[in-house]
Design a protein around this ligand. Structure first.
Ligand code: A2P
Length: 271
């Protein structure tokens, strides 16, 4: 095929599409979720993130990375977000209503994907705050259950009411027509809070190190020969769980070189 003429008009589409808000749900004064229309050509792997945004006053887009929280087989796209009162994006995004328009990037990407992990028996998904979002997608992917015998989703938040999103998600997943049976058999949901009095109180990192998590779940200590770990949350969580993994001789994986654990920062910015 001949090379296109240098001055040919580019037919390349822009980096974003304009999508419509279908649903908004507020969980606390700091947390909300929203559902957007999904372009027919939009493909992603469970666990990936994409740019989401709104046009600024000057018309230019203001964008942030958001993990896709819906399963790949869903007809629309779900996202789970914090609200930051003076955050350039979330101060506005928290007010969206059904019918409003939101910008969606065309190219989802990320390392929190099954492809970046070697085969194993037990998959840990360790999250804090909105870091549960990519796992909301992964726990509804049949491949997760085809690849692992046991899937342990941990979610730690400051307060009890911040666990609601995950509790509703896991309950719905276990009732789901497509994935329910596999999830009921293999998915374990472990929650803790750090600043409220809850049934389980404490940071997941402390509970891994002390052995409390293993005892509560009835599983052996982390073992790189059988366990795989995905981590999503604040920078501090990533750093600390990564160190726990490295101390246990786990190797960090990537799309190019699958290994034992993968990490991704959640959108918990001061945005
Ligand atoms: P803590 O209350 O002890 O800081 P945030 O809202 O700041 O993102 O925190 C969400 C949850 O993650 C909180 O329960 C918080 O506990 C916990 N957390 C924050 N940093 C770490 C860390 N480095 N290791 C483990 N848990 C953490």
């Amino acid at each position: 095929t001949p090379a296109p003429a240098k001055n040919a008009v580019s037919a390349k589409p822009g980096p974003f599409t304009v999508e419509t808000v279908l649903e908004v749900k507020h969980y606390t004064d700091r947390l909300f979720s929203f559902r957007l229309t999904r372009p027919a050509a939009f493909r992603f792997r469970s666990g990936e993130f994409v740019m989401i945004g709104l046009p600024k006053e000057d018309g230019k887009p203001l964008l942030r990375a958001y993990s896709i929280a819906s399963p790949f087989w869903d007809e629309a796209l779900d996202f789970y977000s914090i609200k930051v009162a003076d955050g350039p994006l979330t101060s506005r995004l928290q007010h969206i209503q059904p019918g409003d328009e939101v910008l969606l990037g065309r190219k989802p990407t990320g390392t929190l994907v099954l492809d970046a992990l070697k085969p194993g028996k037990r998959l840990y998904m360790i999250s804090t705050g909105t870091g549960i979002a990519p796992f909301a997608s992964l726990i509804r992917d049949p491949e997760t259950y085809e690849k692992f015998d046991e899937v342990i989703l941990t979610h730690t938040c400051r307060q009890l009411d911040e666990l609601t999103y995950g509790e509703e998600l896991v309950a719905a997943t276990k009732q789901d027509e497509l994935i329910g049976e596999m999830a009921r058999e293999k998915l374990v949901h472990f929650t803790s809070v750090t600043r409220d009095d809850g049934p389980v109180k404490g940071r997941v990192t402390d509970m891994i190190r002390s052995g409390e998590l293993a005892t509560r779940l009835g599983v052996p200590a982390l073992d790189p020969t059988v366990d795989r770990v995905m981590i999503c949350g604040s920078e501090g969580l990533l750093k600390d769980v990564k160190q726990i993994c490295l101390d246990a001789n786990f190797i960090e994986g990537s799309n190019a070189a699958p290994a034992d654990f993968v990490i991704e920062k959640a959108f918990v910015s001061t945005d």
